[in-house]
Write a protein that binds this ligand. Structure first.
Ligand code: PLP
Length: 404
């Protein structure tokens, strides 16, 4: 008889087979156990037909991968520990020393930082292109260009570019293009039908919906391209935790519901802010007059959807300090990065410091503030914005300085 410490590990009890529940189970593993040496040698994970090691997949991560691939309209999905890791994985798989990668000028900031530091150190150069001008992208493509990143709209300045034209330019010039589809979340439009070869998403945002999970996805339709990305993923050792995967599996069924409601609420608030004298421009691609609105209409008309994300540019008569005070005075909106969660968020940005002066694609003088709309009642959010706008009143107006 083995000792109890051994029996605690190799216990004879097995739960009855056939347990079924609405939600998939959480399987946690580094080690995967094989029945015999032959099974160990024969087992392969590449087609999701078997299990070899936790990093190569478990029932939980395979299930989530299959569902995210469906969400994006793709065939294969690779999970990574964050949205930024998805971007890094694509760069590492497709680029080597001497190559060049092109990024839109309004690209997700940390993606640009990665190009400016690690990619540069590895002998990979980058250029920024005008996010609204396919001719500018075309001019910058050379035989060294091995990857073009697409992202629309920009997640801070919200211009909506001609995505299909950008992708068609890449196709014509024989350059792979990868789309950061975090804004569209697989719901507003289909990234592959728009011409992207690879679609990444920060699952951290809408699919998680809770502001509590970090994860990224890399989706492809092409088998060979998927394997290329998958081998880089395997060699880098980027795994995701089973509990995090399970939280995402639980959140996915309500994704479309949350996205639609956050869109509705954001559009209502954005329209209201359009009528405020403090604001010179509301940047929301679904609103008439916002940069790239026609492109949004062309790409998203079928579903009529937009993310619950928009920015406003304050009239330049309001100082940066006054705009900071406006953000500080908000009570329901919290100061914080990211989006797609239940809590509404606000961030003031210094856009000129984030953009290429050479391209000159940012023309506004006033301060930009970005809002991510959560799931609070829209009228409460509007009342919060209204009371915080008081912070913009000149300080010498005594009757208005009613801050408790
Ligand atoms: C948040 C975000 C990312 C990165 O996601 P993380 O999980 O935070 O690393 C990438 N792209 C866009 C557009 C994002 O908003």
């Amino acid at each position: 008889m083995p000792k109890p410490v051994t029996t605690l590990i190799h216990h004879p009890y097995q739960p009855p087979a056939g347990f079924a529940a609405a939600q998939p189970g959480v399987f946690k593993a580094s080690t995967v156990i094989f029945a015999n040496v032959a099974a160990m040698r024969a087992r392969d994970w590449k087609e999701k037909a078997g299990y070899t090691y936790g990093l190569h997949g478990t029932p939980t991560t395979f299930t989530l991968e299959a569902r995210i691939a469906t969400l994006e309209g793709g065939k294969h999905c690779i999970l990574v520990p964050s949205g930024l890791a998805a971007i890094a994985n694509v760069n590492m798989a497709l680029l080597s020393a001497g190559d060049e990668v092109l990024l839109p000028d309004n690209v997700y900031g940390p993606s640009k930082a990665l190009a400016e530091a690690e990619l540069k150190n590895w002998g990979i150069t980058h250029q920024l292109y005008d996010p609204m001008d396919p001719a500018d992208l075309e001019r910058r493509i050379s035989e060294r260009t091995k990857l073009v990143w697409l992202e629309t709209p920009g997640s801070v300045t919200m211009e909506f570019g001609p995505l299909a034209q950008f992708a068609a330019t890449c196709r014509r010039r024989g350059v792979a293009c990868a789309l950061d589809n975090t804004w569209g979340a697989g719901l507003a439009f289909n990234g592959f039908d728009s011409g992207a070869d690879i679609v990444v998403q920060a699952l951290t945002k809408y699919p998680s919906g809770g502001a509590d999970i970090l994860m990224g996805s890399i989706v492809t339709r092409d088998d060979a391209l998927h394997l290329k990305l998958k081998f880089t993923h395997m060699r880098m050792g980027w795994g995701v935790g089973a509990n995090d995967a399970e939280v995402l599996l639980r959140a996915l069924p309500s994704l479309a519901l949350r996205y639609r409601e956050q869109d509705r609420s954001a559009r209502q608030l954005a329209r209201w802010l359009q009528g405020r004298p403090e604001v010179v421009q509301v940047l929301h691609p679904a609103l008439e007059g916002s940069p790239g609105h026609a492109h949004w209409k062309a790409l998203c008309a079928e579903n009529g959807l937009a993310a619950g994300l928009f920015s406003i540019v304050f009239d330049e008569r309001h100082t940066g300090a006054q705009v900071d005070a406006f953000c500080d005075r908000l009570a329901l909106f919290k100061l914080g990065y990211s989006w797609g969660g239940p809590v509404s968020l606000v961030v003031p940005y210094d856009i000129p410091s984030m953009r290429s002066a050479q391209l000159g694609t940012w023309k506004h003088k006033g301060t930009l503030v970005r809002f991510s709309i959560g799931l609070e009642a829209t009228e409460d959010l509007q009342a919060d914005l209204e009371q915080a706008l008081q912070a913009l009143r000149p300080a010498d107006n005594g009757s208005q300085s009613s801050r408790p």
